[in-house]
Design a protein. Structure first.
Length: 304
């Protein structure tokens, strides 16, 4: 509905009122005597009803979307839709969709399928209160991934590669769920949820960098130099510093992120011109360092 102005009505000496937008009140069934939630956020008042988030449905013809059908359904999930009706011309085009739904879309189940359609529906209802806990789990899983990768490198023991790849799938699931909750409820809890959404999005991409590194190691076990091991340890510490900063602001930690990021990039640039390096490791550590540094902008956006 967008921003609109309302005149303040003075009742007696101490009471001031504003009217609710009629269209909004009708949409959510607001009637005389109902109680509304009022959240004070500085100069802003956030008003919401107990049923402020509607059940949303969408129909989507995916006949021309192959090979992006899985991504399209994933986007509908993250957008907050509760029911998705897919229509297609060839059932082969949705191959792998069932596994994708069960692995990466909490709450969603395929409830009906024919030769040319498929219906996916939310079978449970998450609440806005779950978001903070899921965010914390997302951070901890990502940190576990980075710690395991650094430990494998330091110990020259790569037997935990499959464990890390399994953790990355968990990271996908948590990030998807957080993005869904932010799109459905973020406006109720956060003044600027888009900044937080971007942080979640980038955390999933950081976990991807570790996944790609592990997939390369699975094909060819590397012999890493002390400098390469140190890069992975520094990268893990960089990520851990951002995690600490996210939950407790400290200007020294923000400065440390900038300093460590520069050290990692400088070392990567130096090693790129030396022979017998794990160039995939150099690429992915530089990418992670830059991504964590970029998160600072979004983090400060959530604070002000």
């Amino acid at each position: 509905m967008g921003t609109m102005k309302r005149k303040v009505i003075q009742i007696a000496e101490s009471t001031q009122l504003i009217s609710l937008p009629r269209k909004w009140a009708l949409q959510y069934g607001i009637k005389k005597g109902d109680e509304l939630d009022v959240d004070i956020q500085g100069s802003q008042l956030m008003i919401s009803s107990g049923d402020s988030v509607r059940t949303e449905k969408i129909e989507l013809d995916v006949s021309t979307l192959e090979p992006f059908i899985l991504r399209a359904v994933d986007a509908m999930y993250k957008s907050g839709y509760d029911e998705v009706d897919l229509h297609f011309s060839d059932s082969h085009s949705i191959h792998g969709l069932q596994a994708n739904v069960s692995q990466e879309m909490p709450e969603f189940e395929i409830i009906e399928q024919t030769g040319s359609s498929l219906k996916i529906r939310s079978v449970s209802t998450a609440s806005a209160e779950e978001l903070d806990g899921m965010l914390r789990r997302m951070f901890l899983i990502t940190l576990s991934i980075s710690q395991n990768v650094a430990d494998m490198a330091a110990q020259a023991n790569f037997q935990k590669i499959e464990d890390v790849l399994a953790l990355e799938k968990t990271n996908n699931r948590l990030c998807n769920f957080c993005e869904r909750l932010l799109n459905k409820y973020g406006f109720l809890q956060y003044r600027k949820p888009t900044f937080l959404y971007t942080i979640v999005w980038e955390m999933e991409k950081i976990a991807d960098q570790y996944k790609y590194l592990c997939l390369g190691w699975r094909e060819r076990m590397p012999k890493l130099s002390d400098q390469e091991v140190q890069l992975l340890q520094q990268t893990h510490q960089l990520l851990h510093t951002f995690y600490e900063l996210f939950y407790k602001y400290d200007p020294d930690k923000a400065a440390a992120i900038a300093t460590t990021r520069k050290q990692i990039i400088d070392r990567v640039n130096e090693l790129f011109f030396k022979p017998n390096q794990d160039y995939k490791l150099l690429h992915h550590t530089a990418s992670i360092a830059q991504m964590v540094f970029n998160l600072l902008g979004c983090y400060f956006g959530t604070r002000y």
